[in-house]
Design a protein around this ligand. Structure first.
Ligand SMILES: [Zn+2]
Ligand SMILES: [Zn+2]
Length: 341
C-alpha cells in the first residue's frame, strides 16, 4: 500500500521487494498493525521537528513475521525465525545506543503495509517471537503497546499504590490503561467516545470519564481526592495535554506520549507557574529500546499482559487505508491489524 502524496489516498499496487542490507534482514510480513503515527505521516505532520519523508514510500511500522533473508554480516538471525519488528531500530554504535537509549537513535522501521518489510541492524534489533504468541497479537506490539510500556514503566516509574489518569483511549491509551492496571495502579481513563471507554473498562480501567459530558479535570480531582499521581497524554492535542497536566496532585508526573497534530504544530501552552508551585514533572516518552522486547513478550507469554484484548479487527491490506482515513474523525475503537497480503 503505497503513499505517493501527503493527504492523498494510498493505493495497493506492485512495489519492488526491499533489498537486504548486509547487516539487515528481510521479513515476510504476517501481520501489521495500523498505528496513528502512520496517520500523522500521511497528514504530513512533524515538519516542525525537522522530519521529512521520501516519497513515494510504504508506511507500516508495527509488524511481525518470518525472517526471509539475512544480510551476510548478520550473526544472530536465521531464515525461518519468527520475529517482532521493533519500531525504533537503533544503529547499535552511536552514543544513544551505547548508553542504553537506542529508542532515541531515530532509526525507524517502515514497510509493514507490504508483503516484505525490512529489519535494520538486525543483530542489534532482533526481537524473537515466542511460539505461544501469534503474529496478529505480536504485531500490536511493534509500536503502541511497547511505547505505552516504556511510558508507564520506564519513564513514569508507575507503582502499584498510585493513581494514573490516561487521556485518550486510542491504541496507545488503551495499552497504557492495561499496562498500568497490570502493575497494580488504579487507572482512570478519559475520552470523548463511550465505545472507547467501554474498551478501557474491559482492559482494566477502574473509572472512566466522558469529557463530552463532564469536566474531566474536576472529575479526576473528585475521584482521586486532589489529583492523580501520574497523568498520561496518549493523544497529543492541546486539550488532552493541558487537562492531563491539570489533573495532577502536587509532585505529580505527566507522561507525554502523544505527538501533536497540525492544530498545535508541536506547541502547547501550559500552566508553567502551577507546574513550579506543585513541583510537577513533565516527562517525554518515545518508543522503546529493542532490547526491551524479550521482557515484554515474556509478560505476554505468562499472561500478565494481554495485548490481544486491544485488537478489534483483522483485515486485508486493501482495507487498511480506510482505517487510516477513519482516524481523521477519531472513529476507530481498538487496534486494527492487517493479516492478509
Ligand atoms: Zn506507531
Ligand atoms: Zn544508534
Amino acid at each position: 500500500m503505497v503513499l505517493e502524496e501527503v493527504g492523498k489516498p494510498m493505493m495497493v499496487k506492485e512495489w519492488p521487494e526491499p533489498e537486504c542490507p548486509p547487516d539487515g534482514a528481510v521479513i515476510r510480513v504476517e501481520a501489521s498493525g495500523i498505528c496513528r503515527s502512520d496517520w500523522h505521516l500521511w497528514q504530513g505532520d512533524w515538519g516542525w521537528i525537522g522530519f521529512k519523508m521520501r516519497m513515494p514510500t510504504v508506511l507500516g511500522h508495527e509488524f511481525a513475521g518470518v525472517v526471509e533473508e539475512v544480510g551476510k554480516e548478520v550473526k544472530t538471525l536465521k531464515t525461518g525465525m519468527r520475529v517482532v519488528v521493533p519500531l525504533a531500530q537503533g544503529c547499535g554504535v552511536c552514543g544513544d545506543c551505547r548508553t542504553g537509549h537506542s529508542n532515541l537513535c531515530m532509526g525507524a522501521g517502515m514497510g509493514g503495509y507490504a508483503r516484505y518489510g525490512l529489519l535494520n541492524h538486525a543483530d542489534f534489533n532482533f526481537a524473537p517471537l515466542p511460539d505461544k504468541i501469534d503474529f496478529v497479537e505480536a504485531s500490536s506490539m511493534g509500536c503502541r503497546y511497547v511505547t505505552a510500556y516504556h511510558g508507564i514503566l520506564d519513564q513514569g516509574q508507575v507503582r502499584a499504590d498510585e493513581s494514573v489518569v490516561v487521556y485518550g483511549c486510542g491504541g496507545v491509551g488503551l495499552s497504557a490503561v492495561q499496562i498500568a492496571t497490570a502493575l497494580g495502579a488504579r487507572v482512570i481513563a478519559v475520552d470523548l467516545d463511550d465505545r472507547k471507554l467501554e474498551l478501557a473498562k474491559k482492559v482494566g480501567a477502574a473509572d472512566v470519564i466522558n469529557g463530552r459530558n463532564n469536566d474531566p479535570v474536576k472529575a479526576v480531582m473528585d475521584l482521586t481526592r486532589g489529583g492523580a499521581d501520574v497523568s498520561v497524554d496518549a493523544l497529543g492535542i492541546a486539550a488532552t495535554c493541558r487537562n492531563a497536566v491539570a489533573s495532577l496532585r502536587k509532585r505529580g508526573r505527566h507522561i507525554q506520549i502523544g505527538l501533536t497534530t497540525q492544530g498545535e504544530k508541536g506547541e502547547v501552552a501550559l500552566p508553567v507557574d502551577q507546574i513550579v508551585f506543585k513541583e510537577i514533572q513533565f516527562i517525554g516518552s518515545l518508543a522503546i529500546q529493542s532490547f526491551r522486547y524479550p521482557a515484554i513478550l515474556s509478560m505476554v507469554e505468562r499472561g500478565r499482559l494481554e495485548p490481544r484484548k486491544l485488537i478489534s479487527e483483522t483485515i486485508p491490506l486493501e482495507k487498511a487505508f480506510g482505517v487510516l482515513d477513519q482516524m481523521s474523525k477519531f472513529e476507530n475503537a481498538g487496534i486494527s491489524v492487517i493479516n492478509q497480503f
